[in-house]
Design a binder for this molecule. Structure first.
Ligand code: SF4
Length: 358
């Protein structure tokens, strides 16, 4: 494993790549990405997923392009999307060319299956003429066969070599508008590959733990992997891959960034785990408050608490909070108790007060 002090190119001294109006790299904020989960030809459905992801805080959205109809559908998606669109290309370089025709803001190609150097150069020349960046997206599950043979199995060095090979091809025609990702379902392999790469290259890095799963396990796997990488000073853009709707990926990503103090612009909800002292249905209150605030862009803390043990302390430490007793809630704002309300009013009063906060 690489020593953190040996990393030459950390997040802030990577080069900058523009994806539509979102800048990746250098000291730009770490951007959040997600991906469509339905057929690209279902333009209305994809735009709906984009809209929901965008509301949750997505900066860049990726769409798979498995065939020509999908590539053509991208034109309508790009035209109506509020955020930049990335075309995800595997196997057929002509799909990349057609996606450029549809005005996508970035291409993602997979070195393991995009084909010969000549085909990559044809795509890169067209991308260069349109000022469109390319992400070289290396996956442990689809490494080039010769690299897999050389190393025997997927490993960090194989991921880096696969990325390097593609970089050299693009550099031969002077193409430097590059973002790199090296992903594996193993957080440790992903970390090692990204650290090794950052010793040598200043291209911005897209970070993710691929196929991390769904629900709690997927979120924990992504959080463990990304926390290690982001804490090492690496990573300019992230995607949490979950077997869930795009907006859930975005919410998970922004929480990771928030807890690492890398981007703080979303509401944080603190709630007590409950115990025998709790005299209200606190999970219900916390869930209803969360539903009302989960996509609000405010850097504030809300505490939904029970009982006198920790309730008043946590509620008054937060920007806004409630300490619940039997049939009653004490509402705190900026450290002061401002109201005593009935159980049925707790959620509505909290949401009103949150709406009034600057
Ligand atoms: Fe239990 Fe009170 Fe702590 Fe909640 S705040 S876990 S009810 S002691």
């Amino acid at each position: 494993m690489v020593n953190r002090d040996e990393i030459k190119y950390s997040r802030d001294n990577t080069r900058i790549v523009n994806v539509g109006d979102v800048a990746i790299g250098g000291s730009n904020p770490i951007s959040v990405q997600s991906m469509a989960k339905i057929a690209t030809t279902d333009v209305t459905g994809v735009l709906d997923q984009i809209e929901r992801a965008h509301r949750a805080g997505c900066d860049i959205f990726r769409v798979s392009v498995p065939d020509m109809d999908s590539a053509k559908s991208l034109a309508e998606i790009v035209k109506n999307s509020p955020i930049p669109i990335v075309a995800d290309i595997h196997f057929d370089y002509k799909l990349a060319l057609a996606s450029l025709e549809s005005n996508v803001h970035k291409l993602r190609i997979n070195p393991g299956n995009i084909g010969s150097a000549e085909r990559v150069k044809i795509v890169a020349n067209e991308a260069m003429s349109r000022d469109v960046p390319i992400r070289i997206g290396v996956n442990a599950g689809s490494l080039p066969k010769d690299i897999l043979r050389k190393y025997g199995k997927p490993c960090a060095d194989a991921l880096v070599e696969s990325a390097e090979r593609e970089i050299f091809i693009l550099r031969e025609i002077g193409f430097e508008n590059i973002v790199i990702s090296m992903k594996s379902s193993s957080p440790m392999m992903t970390l090692e590959a990204n650290m090794k790469f950052s010793q040598k290259y200043d291209y911005p890095l897209h970070i993710g733990v691929t196929e991390s799963g769904f629900g709690m396990q997927g979120i924990v796997a992504s959080t463990v992997g990304m926390t290690m990488i982001l804490s090492a000073g690496i990573g300019n853009t992230i995607r949490v891959s979950l077997t869930e709707p795009p907006e859930n990926e975005v919410r998970a990503a922004r929480e990771i960034l928030r807890f690492l103090d890398l981007r703080r612009y979303w509401v944080r909800l603190i709630s007590c785990p409950t115990c025998a002292r709790c005299k209200v249905d606190l999970p219900d209150i916390a869930n209803r408050v969360w539903d009302g605030v989960k996509d609000i862009k405010k850097d504030i803390e809300i505490a939904v608490m029970c009982c006198i043990v920790n309730g008043p302390g946590e509620a008054s430490d937060a920007d806004i909070g409630v300490a619940c007793g039997k049939n009653v809630g004490l509402i705190f704002k900026n450290g002061k108790e401002i109201a005593k309300v009935n159980y049925n009013e707790i959620v509505s009063v909290l949401l009103d007060e949150i709406g009034n906060l600057e």
